[in-house]
Design a protein around this ligand. Structure first.
Ligand SMILES: [Zn+2]
Length: 315
């Protein structure tokens, strides 16, 4: 095993804990820290994955890291985000249920491991990978995320996007128009949306966490202002009939997305006002500004206090 493969293995293991930790209580999370690599990889291997038919030839695969979208048809499958590599068997099993055609196109909404960890195997199965140029840059180099206290080694060459774009790109496959649009810095500095025009299905990547406070990755160019701007962009793009796939959480619609945007704006305004008064981060956390939102949104490792900290960093 080369040192790159070894570090890749460590990366995969740690990758598992960070998002599967989303579904654990703090007590479980603490216990997991004892053996982060083995337990995280083990969990991702056994995590259940389900197929959700959405509209037309668009489906979602739920359960491996970030939510995956699948466009099926004679041109081969087009996949949005690749989940964990350790979910390969379960993802493959479910993809076959959708249609027999191979994966031909893979699009990454951003560089985070829970959306790109399966890139290498999907590419080896024949998929060309497309992403924003910053996503490729982040994957190609050593990348540290301070909030996770983790340094990611460069991804293997086969996991890197084969093609990148800057502002937007439109694809025509399987009778569908797929519009890819860069948000600008928001959750990271490489987030894009993917809109299946005929089916009216929008994949928002991690600019939308349905029913969870979102993570904002300041280490790789994200910020709360950009997150709110991205939520506004998403809202302007959809109607009450649109189906919206969040990066995390249940597939939803405009009503849930609106509620999420309103939550972000309210908490941002509260934190910004107190910071402007000169209050410190610890004083603001002690004020529990997210209190009435926590029962609905503090459902992952992003607690109300963690989210307050993420907002404070950017106002
Ligand atoms: Zn992410």
């Amino acid at each position: 095993m080369t040192s790159q493969n070894l570090s890749r293995r460590r990366f995969v293991g740690s990758a598992g804990i960070l998002t599967t930790a989303a579904w654990l209580s703090p007590r479980q999370l603490f216990a997991e820290k004892e053996n982060i690599v083995l337990t995280a990889r083990k969990r991702a291997e056994t995590t259940n994955i389900t197929v959700q038919a959405l509209r037309g030839n668009v489906s979602a695969l739920i359960g491996s890291g970030g939510n995956i979208a699948v466009l099926s048809g004679a041109d081969g499958k087009l996949i949005i985000d690749s989940g964990y590599s350790t979910s390969r068997a379960k993802i493959t099993e479910n993809l076959v249920k959708i249609c027999p055609e191979p994966i031909k196109h893979l699009i990454n909404t951003h560089w985070h491991f829970d959306h790109t960890d399966g890139n290498e195997w999907m590419h080896s199965d024949g998929a060309a990978i497309l992403a924003h140029e910053h996503t490729k840059q982040r994957l190609a180099t050593t990348t540290r995320v301070e909030a996770w206290d983790f340094t990611f080694p460069p991804a293997p060459v086969d996991a890197l996007p084969n093609e990148v774009f800057d502002k937007e790109k439109t694809l025509h496959l399987n009778g569908s128009t797929i519009a890819l649009t860069y948000y600008g810095p928001s959750h990271t500095d490489g987030d894009i949306s993917a809109y299946f025009a005929e089916a009216d299905v929008l994949h928002c990547g991690d600019t939308w966490w349905n029913g969870h406070y979102p993570f904002i990755d300041y280490s790789t160019g994200g910020n709360i202002t950009g997150m709110i701007k991205a939520a506004e962009t998403n809202l302007a793009r959809v109607t009450d009939k649109s189906i919206i796939i969040p990066g995390h959480g249940k597939v939803g619609g405009k009503a849930e997305l609106t509620e999420y945007r309103d939550m972000l704006v309210t908490i941002r305004d509260r934190v910004a006002a107190l910071k402007k008064e000169g209050k410190s981060l610890n004083e603001i956390i002690a004020d529990k500004l997210t209190k009435e939102y926590d029962s609905k949104w503090a459902t992952t490792f992003i607690t109300g206090d963690v989210f307050t900290k993420l907002v404070y960093a950017g106002v």
